[in-house]
Design a protein around this ligand. Structure first.
Ligand code: DQA
Length: 137
């Protein structure tokens, strides 16, 4: 099974960015742990702060991967283009968020991803990604 993880803007700063909300772990350290937990899965990982690059990556892996785990970060709440890209590809997408976006500011309660995603997992910290992998398995 091949699973692609795509992270959006500012998630390159995990570990140092607002640790009270997002925790102390870097994504690289978490990704290593995740790969260790699921040796039967082939993972690839992509992060960008640029909306168009996230769309390019969805198109790139969206016809060959078995599953995509997408944390579009702030673009979740603004990007018609990322929502359309999910509709345009074959691979099912699970939307994840580290924080519980519904317990935060009102603008985080809107998602252009959710209507097009297979499912949504949020609020479990980095474990949201692990639960998404588990759901694909
Ligand atoms: C986030 C939630 C978003 O609202 C925010 O813009 C992020 C991270 C999360 O994982 O909790 O950058 O997607």
């Amino acid at each position: 099974m091949k699973i692609s993880i795509i992270n959006g803007p500012n998630l390159n700063l995990l570990g140092q960015r607002e640790p009270g909300i997002y925790g102390n772990q870097t994504f690289d350290a978490f990704f290593e742990e995740l790969q260790g937990k699921f040796p039967q899965v082939t993972f690839d990982y992509f992060q960008s702060n640029i909306e168009g690059e996230l769309i390019d990556q969805l198109q790139q892996v969206g016809f060959t991967s078995d599953g995509i785990i997408l944390n579009a970060a702030a673009y979740t709440h603004t990007s018609v283009g990322i929502g359309d890209a999910i509709k345009a590809i074959d691979t099912p997408v699970i939307e994840v968020h580290i924080s519980n976006t519904f317990a935060r500011e009102d603008f985080r309660h809107t998602s252009y991803i959710t209507p097009n995603a297979k499912g949504l997992i949020l609020g479990f910290g980095m474990d949201s990604y692990r639960l998404a992998v588990q759901s694909f398995l």
